[in-house]
Design a protein around this ligand. Structure first.
Ligand SMILES: NC(=O)c1ccc[n+]([C@@H]2O[C@H](COP(=O)([O-])OP(=O)(O)OC[C@H]3O[C@@H](n4cnc5c(N)ncnc54)[C@H](OP(=O)(O)O)[C@@H]3O)[C@@H](O)[C@H]2O)c1
Length: 326
């Protein structure tokens, strides 16, 4: 289903929370995008959010929203536990979908959505924004070109301090540290070392309703490389990424590796090998939005920058971690 090349892509925004607002701010800056529709569980919220974002139509029901024939692509910005149902409804209504991370809670759900999108020839992508950003892409290029030498290890962490009544702390179906935070360290490690670790060791500290509040995950690979990955909701904010290669390592200007805008490749004598400036043109979300629009214009069902097949592999690794600590 190729899009018209000249008219803006009409986005439907499903959910009116924090990330929906941020993503709309991004879309406002892109001339090839139009925020056309907003879908909410409440008419009042749909109208107030829709007016604020300049959307032409506002729906207080997900069912009515997905049936609007003018929507080209839906951005699913609901909580994780709702993604499976929301994405499925969109695909069944013939809509392309960009769905927030984590894509689904289980591999079974993810596989079903993947098959459905393929069967209907619809575009489907997890909004793993980092993978579309310039710094991540440059790091992958350095890896491909052997600039790190052999990557022996990856260490990454993502901690934040959530209040006790935050959605991520309250309900294991809507969050936990793994699906919301540790997913970033895992994604980076898999991109650098592969999605098929030989051995996985996962531990979690649980809070209310069995929610994983702190995670510690180790991967080892058959070539001798390893990943040490942690994430948590009960620590002061701390985010970092270390890549240990035989020839060099990366220094990121911002500790928040998942949205870094500058990176230096340095050798083990701290001499720069290459420096890269990947300053965002908007706020870092523009790259996934542009990628999704470009893909649907070209009639593609998936993104080469953030392939849904990698999303499926990551979900299955997260499932294995959950199995180990349940
Ligand atoms: N990529 C990133 O940088 C990033 C950052 C933050 C979050 N996220 C992801 O984005 C998703 C949403 O996170 P958020 O922080 O925006 O959450 P949020 O502020 O709680 O917003 C979620 C929205 O989803 C709608 N919703 C639908 N079903 C719901 C339900 N059963 N319970 C609660 N809300 C429901 C609500 O809108 P209505 O009331 O209008 O229906 C709500 O405002 C999550 O998957 C999260 O992991 C990604």
């Amino acid at each position: 289903m190729e899009q018209n090349q000249t008219s803006p892509v009409r986005w439907g925004i499903l959910g009116t929370g924090r990330i929906a607002r941020i993503f709309c701010h991004t879309l406002q800056a892109l001339p090839q995008a139009e925020i056309y529709a907003v879908g909410s569980r409440s008419q009042e919220k749909a109208e107030s959010f829709g007016r604020e974002q300049g959307a032409a139509v506002h729906y207080g029901s997900h069912a009515e929203f997905v049936n609007d024939e003018k929507i080209d692509i839906v951005y699913v910005a609901t909580p994780i536990g709702s993604h499976y149902g929301d994405v499925k409804r969109c695909l069944l209504a013939g809509k392309h979908v960009l769905c927030e991370k984590a894509f689904t809670r289980t591999s079974e759900e993810a596989q079903e959505l993947y098959a459905l999108a393929k069967e209907r020839n619809l575009f489907l992508m997890e909004a793993m924004w980092t993978k579309c950003q310039p710094v991540y892409r440059k790091i992958m290029e350095w890896k491909r070109d052997g600039m790190f030498g052999k990557i022996q290890g990856v260490e990454a962490r993502f901690y934040t301090c959530a209040t006790k009544d935050h959605r991520l702390m309250k309900d294991k179906n809507q969050g936990g540290a793994l699906l919301d935070l540790t997913i970033y360290p895992m994604m980076y490690a898999c991109s650098l070392l592969g999605y098929e670790p030989k051995h996985i060791s996962a531990m979690a500290v649980k809070g209310k309703d069995e929610v994983d509040v702190m995670d510690s995950i180790q991967f080892s690979y058959s070539d001798g490389s390893f990943a040490s990955l942690t994430g948590g909701l009960a620590c002061q904010r701390q985010v970092s990424l270390y890549i240990h290669g035989t020839k060099g390592r990366v220094l990121l200007e911002q500790e928040h590796f998942y949205k870094a805008q500058k990176a230096s490749l340095i050798d083990w004598d701290n001499q720069p090998i290459e420096e890269f400036d990947g300053a965002f043109s908007v706020d870092g979300y523009e790259y996934e939005a542009i990628e999704a629009m470009e893909c649907i214009r070209r009639g593609r069902t998936g993104s080469a920058l953030a392939p849904i097949e990698e999303t499926l592999k990551l979900i299955s690794l997260m499932e294995e971690c959950k199995k180990q600590w349940s």
